[in-house]
Design a protein. Structure first.
Lengths: 399, 375, 375, 399
C-alpha cells in the first residue's frame, strides 16, 4: 500500500536549534518554540509562510528539547497542515541498522532524512529555519529559481555592513549569480546576508549531501560546506533579494525589538492581512477583560487576559493578569503571568507563568544612560513583593 | 457504559426579534467570541461525551457553518462525533419545510438516527439556558437513584433575574423523586420552587419507547406530555444544579447574560472549564494611542482606537478614533467609525456605523441593528 | 495563480428512475465502491486543486453525508477546501424549495460565495460524464491560447456508445476556436462532430460578469444562453480530450458504464490516477468454500459464498450459498440469500432478496429495486 | 498557552522492536509495521483496541526504522486518533541538555517520556506492545485493576506448559494476586504468560521508573526489573486473565499461522464485528477484479487485486495480480506482488512488490515429511521464470 505521491516542492524546516543566545528563554524549549507577538511562536512564521505559499509537505527536523515543540505542532491542524499526504511531519533522529545517529549539522540532518524526501519525489526542496520572523512567498522565490535555471537559490537581505559578519555573506554579479559566499566572515565583502532560506534542485542537492557525508573533514553544514562546494564546482547559485521585514530573533535584544516593531505603524510585518494569515495553535480562552481602572495605550493584548492596571507600548500574551495600579511599559509579557498591584515593569521580557509581586519594580533604568537594556524574568519565577530588578538583569530564580 | 448528547438548537419560547430571525438560537453570538451552543457543547466535551446530535429546525445554515465537522470541539470522529439533524435528514426532499410539532415530535423525526447510536444513555438538553455541568455527575446520580428519568433543576437563580413564563417547575419529595411537573403560566421573580433547567438523563431504549408511545397518541411535548403525565408512574428524579445560570429568551435577558460575564467573579465560574468555539486565526486585540476602555470584554482581532464602556465586543470589530460605545453588544466584524456613538444597542455582524452617526437605545429597550446594516 | 472547481451535482437531462429519486446524480454508486462525484473530485485532487464547491439542488442529504468535511479528498481545509452549496446557503430559510432555473441561475444563486474565493480561474464541470483529466493541462492550454473560455470536447467516444440528445456539440476552426455551439436534438451514435464533455475553464472575474449579465437578461443556461450566443464575440477555444469516457444519464448507460469497468484494460485507464472515496474501514472480501466468481468487481467487506458473474458488487454485500448473481449491479450492504437468483438487475442499498426468490430483468430493461426493498 | 488536560488513562505503545526473528520481513521496517491479515499491519490491533476502549491518548515509542511506521501512523486519522488533545503521538528518542540518549530498555523508554505522560496527569498508564494480534477491551482490564485496588495489573493468557519458557510467567494466589514473576524462566512454575499489557497507577510507576533509572545494574526492562522490584516491595500486583484470541507473531511460522487462523470459522478474532472494528490506513484502491478464469476458495482478498488464477486458503493483500494458470494455496501474499502465469505458491509468505515468474514453484514440499515449513520471499525480490524454491527457504535476492 504505497503512499507515494509527487510533490513539486518539499520544505525541510530545521527546528532543532538550541538558541543559546536567548539564555533562560530556551532553557526548556527549542528556539522555534519561543513565544512571539502576543499569540505566536517563532515557528508559526515559517509554517504559515509554507501553507500560504501552497507548500503542504514539511519535514520539521527536531532534536533539542522537542517535547513542547512536538506537542505544539501536533497534527498540524492549526496551520492547515493536517494533510492526508504530506502535511507537517516531525523528523527526529532515528536508528538505522544497529545504532542511531544524532544530527551532526544542518546538512547531515537533511542527509539523514533523504528517505523522507524521496517519498514525495519532489523537483525542489526548500530549506528553512525556525529562527526568523518574516512573511515570504516561497513560490515567488521558486519562480526566480526556475527563471534563472539555478541549481540553488539563496534568499538574501541587505543588512548594515557592520552587522554582516554575523551572517553568511555573498557577492553576486549583475545577474544575481553568486560569485562568492562566506559564512560569518571577519571582513565581509558585501552586505548581502543569507536569510537561511535555500531552494535546491533536489537531485543536485541529494548528490551533494551524499558527497558531503563521505567527507570526514566536513562539518556537515549548508553554509560552511554544501554551498562553498557547489560554488567551487561551478554550479549555478543565485541570490533572491527579499525586501520585506525580516528579523533574526536570536538575542534577547532582537527578540524584544521584533516584538516592539509590531507596535509600529507601517512596518511590512502586517499581521492583519487576511490573504497572508499567520496561524498559531489556539488556546480556547475567553476574550480579554479590561476592568474599571485600566489604562490602555498602543498595545497588543491577547485572549484570557484581565487588565486592571496600565499597559503602554507592550505586547501582552494570553492569560496575563495585570492588577490595579500595576504599570507595564515597553515590555513583552508572556502567557499566564501575573503582575500584582502597583508593580512596575519597563523594558522587560517577562516569560511564562511568572508572578511579579506587589510593588516590585523590574527594569528600572538605574544606570542613568540612554542605552536600552532589557531585563528578563525566566519561566515560572516569582519576583517577591517590593523586589527591584535592575535593567538588563536576568532573573532565573525566585527573588 | 456510553452516553450521547441531544441538543435542541432552538426554543419554542423565545423572542429575540431580529437576532434569531435568520439564525437558530443556538447560533447566536454571546460573550464576545462564542455562540450559545458552544457552552452546552463544551459541557459535553468536558464530560468526556463525544457523541452529540444537534436538532435543527429552521434557519440552520449559520449553525452548520459554525459547527463544521465538529473538529473544534474534538468531535470530528468516526465513532460518534457531532451531527446536525436537519428536518431533511430522514426525508430526502426539500418540498416541505417540515416543522416539528413539539420537542418529542422532533425526536420522533430523528428516531432512526437515535436508534443507530450504540450509546446506552442520552443526555437531552436545550440551548436557552446556559450552565456549566459535568454530566458524568448527573449520570452517576441517575444510576445510583435507579431513576427512569433524571431532570436537573435549580433552587437558586445565580445570574438570572426571573423565571420566564412557560418554564417547567418540579415538586419533589424528600427522596428527590418528582411528584409533579407544572408549567409556569406567568413570569416569576420571587425565586420560589424548583426550576427545571432543560437537562435530563434517560436510558436510550426508554426514550425510544416513550417517543414511539407519545407519537402514537399524538402527544408532542416532552414536559407537558411525558414528564407531567408520567410523573406518577415513572420514577422521575430531580438532580439539583447549584452553579451559575444564564437564561436567554428575550432581548433583555440576552443583554443581562452578556453583561453578567463582565463581572470577573461570575466570568471565572463560566470559564472555569474550557469553553470551545470555532477558531478564527485572528490577531491579538490592538489598543490605539488615545483609546479608553472600561469594564468591557474585547475579543481577538479588534482594533480599539476609541472609547468602550460596559460593553461586550466580538471578534474583528473596529472602533475608530473618537467613537464611543457604551452598554452595548457589538458582534463580529462590525465597524464603528470616527466619532460615532453607540449606546444601549445590539449591533449584529458586519454592521457599519458611519462617521458621527448615533445609535442610541434605552436601557429597557435596546436598539437592535440586523446583520450588514449600514447606519 | 490559483484555481477553484465548481461541480454541478445534478444534471438537467437524466432519467435514472428510482436511482436518483432520493439522491443527487453525483451521489449515485458506481464501480462498486465509488459515488459518481468521486471521479470528478479526484480529478481535482490529482490536479492539485483543493478548493471545490459542489452545487446541490435537491435531495442533497446523501451527497452531504458522503462528502462530510472533505477530509477523504484531502479537502478539509482552512483555505479553500470542499463546500456544498445548497439552495439555502444564501437564503436562510426553508420555506421554499428553490429550484434553479438553469445552470447559470444556479451560479447566480451562489455568486456571493463564488466572489469570496481568492481563486483566479474556475474549472466548471458536471457530474453526468466521467473522464480522467489533469485540469492543469487544460488550464495551460487556456492560458497559452489567450482564450476567454476554454471548453473540453472529444472526437472519440472511448467507452460510450452514443451521444445523448441535448448534448452540446462544438464546431471549431483550425486554431481550435469555437465557431458555433449546437445542442443535439436527437441521440447520435455515429460519432461525428465534437462533443462537449461538460468541462470549461474561465477566469473567475469573467464568469462573475457573465453571470450578472445573463441574469439581468433572464438567460439561465450556460451552453444555450452564454456559449452559443457569445461564440462569435468571445474567444472560446476547444480543448481536445482523448481519454476514456463514461456517460450516465439513463439506466442503460449507467449499466454500460459499470460494465465497462469490468474490462481490465479500460479499468486500468479509469484507475490510473488515484480515485478517492469515503473510507468505510471494512475487511477484505471473503470467498467461501463453494463460491464461483467470473468477470466481476467485488468490493471490501463482501462475503461471497455463491455465484457472481459479469457483475459489479459494492461494499458489504452478502451473497449466500447457492445464490446466483448475473449481469447485475449490487449496491452496498445488500443481501442475496440462499439460492436466490438475480439477473439483469440493479439492487440499491440495503436490499434483501430472500431465500430462493428471483429478480430477473431483461438486458434491455433491467429491474431496479429501490433502497431497503425486501423481495 | 497550556494544553494541559487530564486523561484518566494514557497508553504507551512500545513500537521500537526490531523483530529480528521475522528475518527479512523486518529488514526495513519495525515489527509493528509488518503487514497482517490482508489489509492491516500488526500495530493496527493495539491502536484499534485503544480507540475501541475509549483510550484516545497514545504515545507510540519508536526507535528502530521508524520512517515507514511514522508515515503509516501519520496524523492518526485512520484510527480516529487525530485528536485536538491527545491522539496518537510518535515519541522518538530526543536530546535533553547537551546530548541525546537512545531508549535503553522498555522501562527506560517510558522513563524518558515521563514529561509526555505528565502533560495529561493521568491516573493510570497502560503499557502495550506492537507485537501481538488480539482484540481486547482495556477498559475491562482497568475495571479489574480498580476493583482489586492494584498498583499494577498484568494481562495474562494460558499457554501450553512447554511454551511458557518464551514468556514472562507468573504464579498467583486464588485472588489472582501475583506471588511470583519470572521473565523467560528455564523451568516455568505455571503456564500463565504475560501478554506484555500492563496497567499501572501512574504515580507508583513513575516512582519506580525513577528508582530503576538510578540503578546502574538494571537493564531498564519491565519484565526483568520493574515488576520484580515491585513484587519484592510487596506492592499489589494482580493478573487479569484474557480468554480471547492472542498470538505473538514473532516468528515466520506464527505470523503465517495467525494469518491462516483468520480463515477458520469460529475463532474469536472476528474482524467483521462492527462494534470492534480494526482500523487501518486506506490505500484508495479500486475494488478487486475476479477474471474469467479464476477459481476462488476459502480466501480473503483485498482491494486493487486482479485474480485470473486459483486462490485457495490464502490471504491476499491489496494490488496483487495472480495471472492465468497460477495457483496460490495456503499462503500469504503481500501487496503489489505479481504471480505470473502457471506459477505455483504453496505454504509461503510472499512479501511486498515481489514478482514470481512464469511457472516458478515456491514451497514445494520436497523433503517428503508432513511438517509444514513456510517459505518466505523478501520484499521486491524477483523469482525468475521456472525457478523452484524449496519449502522452508528464505529468498532474499533475485533468483
Amino acid at each position: 500500500m504505497s503512499l507515494i505521491k509527487k510533490k513539486d516542492m518539499v520544505a525541510m524546516l530545521l527546528a532543532g536549534g538550541q538558541g543559546s543566545r536567548l539564555g533562560v528563554l530556551t532553557k526548556d524549549v527549542a528556539k522555534p518554540a519561543v513565544p512571539f507577538g502576543g499569540k505566536y511562536r517563532i515557528i508559526d512564521f515559517p509554517l504559515s509562510n509554507c501553507i500560504n505559499s501552497d507548500i503542504d509537505t514539511i519535514g520539521v527536523l527536531t532534536q533539542y528539547q522537542p517535547m513542547e515543540l512536538n506537542a505544539y505542532i501536533g497534527n498540524g491542524q492549526p496551520w492547515d497542515l493536517d494533510r492526508m499526504y504530506g502535511g507537517a511531519r516531525i523528523l527526529p533522529p532515528y536508528v538505522r541498522g544497529k545504532e542511531g545517529e544524532w544530527y551532526k549539522g544542518t546538512a547531515n540532518a537533511i542527509y539523514q532524512n533523504i528517505p523522507f524526501i524521496e517519498q514525495y519525489s519532489p523537483n525542489y526542496v526548500i530549506i528553512l529555519s525556525g529562527d526568523h520572523i518574516y512573511k515570504m512567498n516561497y513560490r515567488w522565490m521558486l519562480d526566480h529559481h526556475m527563471k534563472k535555471d539555478a541549481d540553488c537559490t539563496i534568499a538574501v537581505i541587505e543588512v548594515p555592513m557592520e552587522e554582516a559578519n554575523r551572517f553568511g555573506v555573498m557577492s553576486t554579479n549583475e545577474n544575481l549569480r553568486i560569485t562568492d559566499f562566506e559564512e560569518k566572515p571577519i571582513k565581509p565583502k558585501s552586505n548581502l546576508a543569507s536569510m537561511g532560506v535555500y531552494i535546491f534542485d533536489w537531485p543536485t542537492l541529494k548528490e551533494y549531501l551524499i558527497r558531503d557525508e563521505e567527507d570526514p573533514h566536513s562539518s556537515k553544514d549548508f553554509g560552511k560546506n554544501i554551498i562553498p562546494t557547489m560554488l567551487a564546482d561551478g554550479k549555478r547559485l543565485f541570490a533572491y533579494k527579499y525586501l520585506g521585514y525580516w528579523k533574526d530573533v536570536g538575542t534577547i535584544e532582537s527578540l524584544w525589538q521584533a516584538n516592539m516593531d509590531l507596535l509600529k505603524e507601517n512596518i511590512s510585518l502586517e499581521l492583519y492581512d487576511p490573504r497572508w494569515k499567520i496561524y498559531a495553535r489556539n488556546g480556547n480562552l475567553p476574550p480579554q477583560y479590561i476592568g474599571r481602572h485600566a489604562t490602555m495605550k498602543d498595545s497588543h493584548v491577547s485572549e484570557g487576559c484581565s487588565i486592571e492596571g496600565t499597559v503602554e507600548n507592550s505586547i501582552i500574551f494570553p492569560k496575563v493578569t495585570i492588577k490595579k495600579g500595576a504599570v507595564v511599559k515597553n515590555s513583552v509579557v508572556m502567557s499566564s503571568t501575573t503582575i500584582d498591584e502597583n508593580a512596575h515593569v519597563n523594558y522587560s521580557i517577562i516569560a511564562e507563568g511568572v508572578t511579579v509581586g506587589d510593588g516590585a519594580v523590574i527594569g528600572e533604568n538605574t544606570n542613568g544612560t540612554d542605552a536600552v537594556l532589557i531585563s528578563v524574568v525566566a519561566d515560572r519565577v516569582t519576583v517577591g513583593s517590593g523586589s527591584r530588578v535592575e535593567s538588563g538583569s536576568v532573573v532565573d530564580s525566585n527573588l | 457504559m456510553s452516553y450521547m448528547g441531544l441538543i435542541y438548537s432552538y426554543s419554542d419560547r423565545e423572542n429575540l426579534r431580529e437576532l434569531t430571525s435568520n439564525r437558530a438560537l443556538a447560533a447566536l453570538s454571546i460573550g464576545g467570541k462564542y455562540r450559545i451552543i458552544d457552552f452546552v457543547l463544551s459541557n459535553f466535551v468536558n464530560s468526556g461525551i463525544f457523541e452529540v446530535s444537534v436538532i435543527a429546525r429552521t434557519n440552520y445554515h449559520s449553525l452548520i457553518e459554525h459547527l463544521g465537522s465538529g473538529a473544534e470541539w474534538d468531535m470530528s470522529r468516526k465513532r460518534g462525533g457531532l451531527r446536525v439533524l436537519t428536518p431533511f435528514a430522514n426525508k430526502e426532499s426539500t418540498d416541505s419545510a417540515q416543522i416539528y410539532k413539539g420537542s418529542i415530535d422532533a425526536l420522533a423525526n430523528h428516531l432512526h438516527s437515535i436508534k443507530k447510536s450504540m450509546a446506552e444513555y442520552v443526555v437531552l438538553t436545550g440551548s436557552r439556558i446556559l450552565y456549566t455541568m459535568d454530566y458524568r455527575d448527573m449520570i452517576k446520580a441517575h444510576l445510583n437513584s435507579g431513576a427512569d428519568i433524571t431532570i436537573a433543576y435549580t433552587n437558586q437563580m445565580n445570574g438570572t433575574q426571573r423565571i420566564p413564563q412557560g418554564s417547567p417547575m418540579v415538586y419533589l419529595d424528600e427522596q428527590k423523586r418528582v411528584q409533579s411537573v407544572e408549567i409556569l403560566d406567568e413570569e416569576q421573580s420571587d425565586r420560589e420552587g424548583s426550576w427545571c433547567i432543560d437537562v435530563c438523563v434517560i436510558r436510550k431504549t426508554l426514550l425510544e419507547s416513550l417517543i414511539a408511545d407519545a407519537t402514537s397518541h399524538q402527544r408532542y411535548d416532552l414536559y407537558n406530555d411525558i414528564l407531567k403525565r408520567l410523573a406518577p408512574t415513572l420514577k422521575i428524579f430531580g438532580y439539583e444544579y447549584c452553579g451559575h445560570l444564564l437564561e436567554i429568551s428575550t432581548i433583555s435577558t440576552y443583554m443581562e447574560a452578556n453583561r453578567a460575564m463582565l463581572d470577573p467573579e461570575f466570568a471565572s465560574k463560566v470559564f472555569q472549564e474550557t469553553v470551545y468555539t470555532k477558531v478564527k486565526d485572528s490577531v491579538p486585540a490592538l489598543y490605539g494611542p488615545d483609546c479608553y476602555v472600561e469594564n468591557s470584554m474585547i475579543s481577538d482581532g479588534c482594533q480599539i482606537l476609541g472609547t468602550v464602556i460596559n460593553s461586550v465586543v466580538s471578534r474583528g470589530v473596529h472602533i475608530d478614533k473618537g467613537a464611543v460605545v457604551k452598554d452595548s453588544i457589538i458582534m463580529q466584524d462590525t465597524e464603528i467609525m470616527d466619532h460615532a456613538k453607540v449606546e444601549h444597542a445590539i449591533l449584529d455582524k458586519d454592521v457599519i456605523v458611519r462617521d458621527g452617526r448615533e445609535v442610541i437605545g434605552h436601557p429597557s429597550y435596546p436598539i437592535v441593528l440586523p446583520k450588514m446594516s449600514i447606519v
